[in-house]
Design a protein around this ligand. Structure first.
Ligand code: G
Ligand code: G
Ligand code: MN
Ligand code: NA
Length: 254
């Protein structure tokens, strides 16, 4: 309850911040995208991780205004980097399944793009498999409409949730994000390696790209390259960092 009341005021008090983490193309070594990750800098609770407050935001409905803020902020920041002369990166934003249920996601996304001036093809929306527990036809149609306008979609934490391969095939997405629990064990257990290999092979057969989360070592990156995984994200390249630090990182990278 304390957390919820604090969270209610967090937006207007400017306590929410986005951190940014690069996404690298494994073959070329180029940065191709950046994920926006929400943090709450609370005067009472300190720096609160999303794992603690996103569930509270979802239960209370606060995820709707918070999600709208995240989308607009991430789009504005991506646009600012473009205006700064940096190569156009895709900015990935996490969407909660609750946003699909409680918000007019299409209007919220349009508003963020319009206000920021970010071209739709520079925005990627990360969905979780739990999105498919809802009115599937409605979700499929919405994703298709947004895709027609140029936006990209990925499935986050892939392999950990409920996923119907039948729906996956119908869902008009671009990319699977392989959950970091599989990536972490890649060089330790044959089972984890088998799972990552299977996901990559299936994704490619469905015409999807793959990105591995939680890539922490050069050895893991080598394994992923051998397996044919397309992209990597993790502490090996950079930790999530505030916008200002990420700007410096970008200028050093390009
Ligand atoms: O950054 P960190 O690993 O602590 O994030 C933990 C989880 O919180 C991740 O699974 C991520 O998907 C989720 N998360 C981070 N930012 C957002 C956000 O803006 N909206 C939603 N819905 N989830 C987020
Ligand atoms: O939305 P998603 O579940 O992909 O959230 C990514 C989360 O993973 C972020 O909260 C980020 O802090 C965390 N993360 C990013 N890179 C690494 C990594 O290399 N190792 C670990 N353990 N966590 C990571
Ligand atoms: Mn994510
Ligand atoms: Na994830």
């Amino acid at each position: 309850l304390l957390l919820r009341n604090g969270l209610r005021l967090a937006i207007e008090r400017g306590e929410l911040v986005l951190h940014y983490q690069p996404q690298m193309d494994i073959r070329s070594g180029r940065m191709v995208g950046v994920e926006a990750l929400l943090r709450w800098q609370s005067p009472t609770f300190g720096l609160v991780e999303p794992g603690r407050f996103i569930p509270v935001a979802e239960d209370s409905g606060l995820i709707v205004p918070i999600g709208a803020w995240v989308l607009e902020q991430a789009c504005r920041q991506a646009r600012a980097w473009q205006d700064d002369g940096l190569p156009a990166l895709t900015v990935a934003v996490n969407l909660s399944a609750v946003q699909f249920r409680r918000d007019d996601v299409e209007a919220t996304v349009d508003q963020a793009l319009e206000r920021s001036g970010l071209p739709p093809h520079c925005l990627e929306l990360e969905l979780t498999e739990s999105i498919l527990l809802q009115d599937v036809e409605q979700v499929l149609a919405l994703v298709q409409r947004l895709r027609q306008r140029g936006m990209h979609f990925s499935i986050d934490d892939f392999g950990t949730g409920y996923s119907s391969l039948a729906y996956l095939k119908r869902l008009d997405i671009d990319k699977l994000k392989i959950d970091r629990s599989f990536v972490h064990d890649l060089d330790q257990t044959a089972d984890a390696a088998a799972i990552v290999e299977a996901i990559v092979e299936m994704a490619h057969k469905l015409g999807l790209r793959t990105i591995a989360e939680g890539v922490e070592s050069p050895e893991l990156l080598d394994r992923l390259r051998d397996i044919g995984c397309d992209e990597a994200q993790g502490y090996l390249h950079a930790r999530p960092m505030p916008a200002q630090d990420f700007s410096r990182y970008l200028h050093a990278h390009f």
